[in-house]
Ligand binder design. Structure first.
Ligand code: PLP
Length: 395
């Protein structure tokens, strides 16, 4: 038998894959145009022109040796540019030595967790959450401790976090703007979290690291401000990627930045750089390191996402569905009119609408709607949502 635990977990983790297969079946049956697939967070947008131009530049006039192995942490000039960019935003002194380039946020999270955790140490995860966190924590031999966010706002419930912290708590993962809710944590919420963490560190004599998973940090609407985590939390580790902000998900490029205020940060950095190699990533893609370093201030068309959010949010709430208005990312987390979110998804599929049950994000009673799709698909889906609302007596 292969890895038995893994094989068993495959059947549990197949929800998004099941949606994908259902989508393929429906598209074959009714035609691509008539199926409304909101299941995947895979941006439909192409990378901005600036990215294409840098890519051309490096392909045509690349420096010699660009395609060779390099230091496991990445190109020093790229790391230095990332450090300067983050220092400007946070006011925290950073150099290339605080940065490691990685194969996307997924690799960054695995590396950061494995560098921090001793077996059995706990990591607080705020529900609803990006479900892969649980696997990443397990990969690092840690234990996830799930803490619910506030019922109606999905902001952090600092009191609940305080109750969950033990002398084994090593880290908390925060993700804002959030997948799956689209919520941006407010400064007030984060200040409360900071107070709680500091109080508990004093009580237990421990260190609790804040891992900030930020792939959506530049996709925000209506001037919403995303509080800067490096400047707020002394022991912060930023994990970011260009999968969403530059629509480069398939190119696997991102970075980890460890705050210079972390005691013995040089040891942490050495551990993370070594893990980039030993976990088998070796180094982040060379060409794309250079490309993203040219484009740190560039982002995809957030106005385009905002238009999609407004159309969908406006329609759903006008026909009786409830959801928090997302301040960023490209997800809506909608309350289901019945408790059973999986049954709701099956009913939605009868109207050719594909959604992901909130249970998959540790939050039953909701569904995630990923609107990183074509605007015209959202327009075509509105009637189907109206029929779905009627089915549940909302209209
Ligand atoms: N974290 C969150 C919250 C995500 O939504 C995703 C991808 O959807 C990731 C991390 C992984 O991103 P990457 O493609 O950079 O590995």
């Amino acid at each position: 038998m292969f890895n038995e635990k893994l094989v068993e977990s495959l059947s549990k983790s197949s929800m998004i894959r099941a949606m994908f297969e259902e989508g393929a079946r429906l598209k074959k049956l009714y035609g691509e145009e008539n199926v409304f697939d909101f299941s995947l967070g895979n941006p439909e947008m192409e990378p901005p022109n600036e990215v294409v131009e840098s890519l051309k530049k490096y392909i045509l006039n690349g420096e010699p040796g660009l395609h060779k192995y390099m230091n496991n942490a990445g190109h020093i000039d790229v790391r230095q540019k990332v450090a300067e960019y983050l220092q400007k935003k946070s006011g925290i002194p950073l150099t290339y030595e605080n940065i490691v380039m990685v194969c996307g946020a997924a690799a960054g999270l695995n590396i950061a967790l494995k560098a921090l955790l001793n077996p059995g140490e706990e990591v607080i995860v705020l529900a609803p959450f990006f479900v892969e966190y649980l696997s990443y924590i397990e990969n690092a031999s840690g234990s996830p401790v799930i803490v619910k966010t506030m019922k109606d706002s999905f902001q952090i419930d600092a009191d609940a976090v305080e109750m969950a912290i033990t002398n084994k708590t090593k880290a908390i993962i925060i993700n804002s703007p959030n997948n799956p809710t689209g919520v941006v944590y407010t400064k007030r919420t984060l200040e409360r979290l900071k107070e709680v963490i500091e109080r508990k560190e004093d009580e237990f004599g421990t260190s609790i690291y804040v891992i900030s998973d930020e792939p959506y940090v530049s996709i925000v609407y209506d001037g919403v401000e995303v509080p800067n985590i490096l400047s707020m939390f002394e022991k912060s580790i930023i994990v970011n990627s260009f999968s969403k902000s530059l629509a480069l998900a398939g190119e696997r490029i991102g970075y980890i930045a460890a705050s210079s205020r972390i005691p013995e940060v040089d040891i942490l950095m050495a551990a993370m750089i070594s893990l980039n190699r030993t976990l088998g990533f070796v180094n982040a893609p060379s060409l794309f390191q250079k490309v993203v370093a040219d484009n740190l201030e560039v982002a995809v068309d957030t106005e385009g996402y905002k238009k999609k959010r407004d159309l969908l949010y406006g329609h759903l709430t006008s026909i009786g569905f409830e959801c928090v208005k997302p301040g960023g990312a490209f997800y809506l987390f909608m309350k289901t009119p019945v408790e059973d979110d999986r049954a709701f998804c099956r009913t939605a599929a009868r109207f050719n609408i594909l959604l992901v049950p909130g249970s998959g994000f540790g939050c039953p009673g909701y569904v995630r709607i990923a609107y990183c799709c074509d605007y015209s698909m959202i327009e075509r889906s509105l009637d189907a949502f109206t029929k779905l609302a009627r089915e549940y007596g909302l209209l």
